[in-house]
Design a protein around this ligand. Structure first.
Ligand SMILES: [Zn+2]
Length: 155
């Protein structure tokens, strides 16, 4: 998809997106986030219907922490090579697990998403909970305009 769509609540999203958000919520419960107490889950839909989920993984050496999005993308590339990612959902919640926290992907994850889109020659939908009453559906290339990519490294 091109551009950005905004939804006022989750119910407005299509069923597959809602399902993926549900899977991302489940994955967030497996986050290892003892330092930030910010539990993030990501879920990918692959073109054969496979769902890949992941959560953020922290470390006492903070720079080694890894976002849920990148864990999910790297798992998909490793465990399901050649399959195309069609959709990705990202959710987060704080310590009490009672309600979702607004969380959009960091720049590093957007950069990695973009290269995955380029690797598979096809964008995928990215669904994020941007604000209490706002879900966004977009793509990596929209979320990271004027980006750096492999074309910058060519002679
Ligand atoms: Zn990130």
């Amino acid at each position: 998809m091109k551009g950005l769509e905004i939804y006022k609540n989750l119910e407005e999203l299509d069923n597959e997106s809602k399902y993926l958000v549900h899977k991302a919520k489940e994955a967030a419960h497996h986050a290892y986030a003892p330092y930030s107490k910010f539990f993030v889950g990501a879920a990918l839909m692959l073109n054969d219907g496979t769902v890949v989920t992941a959560s953020n993984q922290e470390n006492a050496s903070y720079p080694l922490c890894m976002c849920a999005e990148r864990v999910a993308l790297y798992v998909a590339a490793t465990q399901h090579p050649g399959k195309v990612i069609t959709k990705m959902a990202i959710v987060a919640h704080k310590k009490n697990h009672k309600e979702l926290a607004a969380a959009t992907s960091c720049g590093a994850c957007r950069q990695v998403m973009l290269e995955f889109e380029q690797r598979q020659h096809k964008p995928f939908e990215v669904i994020m909970h941007h604000a209490p009453n706002e879900w966004i559906k977009s793509s990596a290339s929209t979320l990271l305009p004027y980006s750096f990519d492999a074309s910058n490294l060519k002679d």
